[in-house]
Write a protein that binds this ligand. Sequence first.
Ligand SMILES: [Zn+2]
Length: 232
Amino acid sequence: MEGSTCICNNNRAPTHLDPFGHHLTTGCSCGGYRHRLHDDVKYEVNSLIRYAGFRTRLEESNILNQILPGVRTDDVNKRTDISIFNHDGVHQRTLLDVCIPSSVRFRNGRMDTSALDVGKSAARAHQTKISKYGDACRNHGFGFKTIIVESSGYVHGDTCSFLLSLAKSCAVEKNLSVQTLYNFFLGSVSVTLQRGLANAIVGKYHYVTGHGNVENGSSIDRVVQSLADRVC
Ligand SMILES: [Zn+2]
């Protein structure tokens, strides 16, 4: 895989694939795999919220474009990821935005190793989302929370707090300890992410090698073997 390039920057400097698969999973939108990974986590979190006893709706339209001041072009058709209807008894809905940021950055097509600090990308994504939607939601009677998991597997603190609150809300009804439920929720998100990452790495590598320029030849078997070698 090392030495291969992605097809996302064909007209500029080629983006070299990093040895950990971050670019293949969340580095660019080629092949739709980043979007698929985002949706995998979204559906799993929605399932956990419903398991905890809350009513939800996915991708509700006509909320964000009504509450955001001076609707920007890219927000006109934007939908919420998850809406919770009976979450806290205060807001008419709590809106959740799911984000799976890449743990690494690329400069001039190569991985910037100085950006490998765990949690840095998650913190940046959280701040961006809060700045963009936090006040707007609050001013219109909506709650707002982020669900952020880095491609490294790091889960943002506010996401952990949200999952813990879910566990606390249903522990008595489920006759399970809060810790057991919290571990289950966190583990479910982690497994979903890892499964999505694996699918994205293999699928996107196939997509890239089928349409792009890859040095040293390639095959899915080599990718899988390369990943297995790194895990073992
Ligand atoms: Zn790319």
